[in-house]
Design a protein around this ligand. Structure first.
Ligand SMILES: C[S@@+](CC[C@H](N)C(=O)[O-])C[C@H]1O[C@@H](n2cnc3c(N)ncnc32)[C@H](O)[C@@H]1O
Length: 248
């Protein structure tokens, strides 16, 4: 059974980092091209998630997808698993409409909601066994990222797991150095985009991305009270994005 909830009361101007959302509310197709071309390594990260789920959950479990986008990674990961409920939150209607198409035949309960991930996580204490958040927390400032990780820990049931993938910088690297390092190089990686699409995406990245070093993502997990936190995947080549796993 699938439910898609749009919330006419949603006031995007009130969320943290509202400008970072524009790209996904009005130009969802640009990011979707990257996903379809696997240029953000969803396939490799999805495989890691699938392995973790297979190892840990031989009974029905609840999966929460924060800033779910089109939910394609979760759809792939949850196939043949024992998942009972999938919940995806996002503030982009085009993304949620894609997610509804992707999940339409899923053999488990699917709830898709137009909801702020920050408020959403606070409203779900101890509710999920597995939480995934792809490429979305880095729009928040460092103190907010830390609060988000603490709230995610509290939203997990005992024994629960959180995985995120985020842009990362070198230790001590400033945002200016990070953007200088990536502007030309990223164009080669994102081959699926036209020049105009890349220009648009680069404007988003150079204005709204706040990468942290991998060590800091691990340290933030410890400060949040997770029992363990570690890096599980790094994009090939120069340091750009990585995935982290946290156990409650
Ligand atoms: C880079 S996309 C990632 C989508 C998906 N998680 C993935 O891995 O492909 C970022 C997503 O975060 C969503 N988003 C940004 N800020 C949000 C917020 N405060 N609450 C909910 N969703 C948000 C955007 O609409 C977009 O779908």
């Amino acid at each position: 059974m699938l439910h898609l909830h749009f919330n006419p009361e949603t006031d995007v101007s009130k969320v943290l980092a509202p400008e970072a959302l524009n790209m996904f509310q009005f130009e969802w197709k640009i990011y979707q091209k990257l996903v379809h071309a696997n240029e953000m390594h969803h396939r490799e990260i999805g495989q890691l998630l699938r392995d973790e789920i297979g190892r840990r959950f031989d009974r029905p479990f609840a999966f929460l997808d924060l800033a779910c986008g089109d939910a394609s990674l979760a759809h792939m990961v949850l196939r043949a698993s024992k998942v009972a409920t999938y919940e995806g939150l996002d503030l982009s209607r085009p993304a949620l409409q894609c997610a509804a198409r992707v999940m339409k035949d899923a053999p488990y309960d699917v709830e898709l909601a137009e909801e702020d991930m920050v408020e959403g996580i606070l409203r779900r204490p101890a509710s999920a066994n597995f939480i995934w958040c792809g490429y979305s927390i880095h729009h928040l400032q460092r103190a907010q990222q830390q609060e988000m990780l603490s709230a995610i820990r509290d939203a997990l049931k005992p024994g629960g797991v959180f995985v995120c993938a985020e842009p990362v910088c070198l230790p001590g690297e400033t945002r200016t150095e990070y953007t200088r390092r990536w502007q030309a190089e990223l164009r080669h990686r994102f081959r699926s985009l036209t020049e105009a699409e890349y220009a648009h995406l680069w404007q988003h990245i150079s204005t709204h991305d706040f990468p942290e070093a991998p060590e800091d993502w691990v340290a933030m997990g410890k400060t949040a009270g997770f029992a363990t936190s570690r890096e599980i995947f790094r994009f090939p080549g120069d340091l750009f994005c990585a995935a982290f796993l946290y156990e409650r």
